[in-house]
Design a binder for this molecule. Sequence first.
Ligand code: ADP
Ligand code: MG
Length: 322
Amino acid sequence: MSLGEFELIHRCFQRATPKGVVAVGIGDDCAVLQPTPGCQWLVSTDMLVEGRHFLSTVEPDRLGHKALAVNLSDLAACGATPKAFFLALALPRADAAWCDAFAQGLFALADAHGIVLAGGDTTAGPLNVSVTVMGEVPTGQALLRSGARVGDEVWVSGSLGDARLALEVFRGRLALPGEAFAQVRRAMECPQPRVALGLALRRLATSAIDVSDGFLGDLGHVLKSSNVGATIRADALPRSALLAAQSTGVQRLCTLTGGDDYELVFTAPSQDHAAVVALGQSLGVRLTAVGQIDPEPGLRLTDAQGRLFDSGLQSFDHFKSP
Ligand code: ADP
Ligand code: MG
């Protein structure tokens, strides 16, 4: 069944607005938002374009999930509490079943994080999903890329590389048995943003970033912003058992430059090592120390024997990568 623009908005996206920061939500020309006293707003936009960020084969509920997940991941990286989001949607057709499934995936994740859809825009066009998220932190407490200090340890949440492994299978460069493929495909299509971890890190981390373009490039942004360098034990980067069963070359490609991981990379003073370990245990999130911050600029990799090596790898860049 095909819907009109307003039918679609009403049917799929308009819901009762719970009490909170959204004083007026969908249905007027603007949303009216009420900041919590003593807080700053953090705002971020991420767009998903068919053929660039997702394949046409993705299920609509997973696309709805991912469009919000990648944005929540940015709030997580800054230690912000999710509050409100906006959805700009271009659709080739207003197909009711597709839109219902998309909305279901979107709202399941939104409800899990208490974030409210406050408005957006809907148009016909090539499939394109753009989400803007807004979150809050107590004034001055946002976790930034610029805070890493010499001597800090570098930490990674969860594991890296499964989403890239799935992409390699989609591209026909690697083969995996059915259940293994389903697992890495889930990592690619249904990332779980580390919101609770980001909130807790406000007390512990000196800097943080989420891994969207690949570990090397994303940690590189932290190093540049913080005016420091780092030495990373490449073989300490956390990876799934599935990825660990691949060749060293594939493991390094996927963990170092894979991207689409939506894990957090953060730095914390080395004297807080035990506190970070305890935090990981209390949240049930694997946290792995992978290296340290140095005064010398640049990012150095060491192998299992502690020798420096050049990976020859680069993270994803929309205008440079193939
Ligand atoms: P206008 O033409 O004044 O910009 P629209 O007709 O585009 O308003 O939108 C009507 C209302 O529906 C607005 O409140 C807008 O925020 C909301 N809206 C439109 N598309 C979406 C969407 N995809 N998700 C959430 N809200 C939407
Ligand atoms: Mg509009």
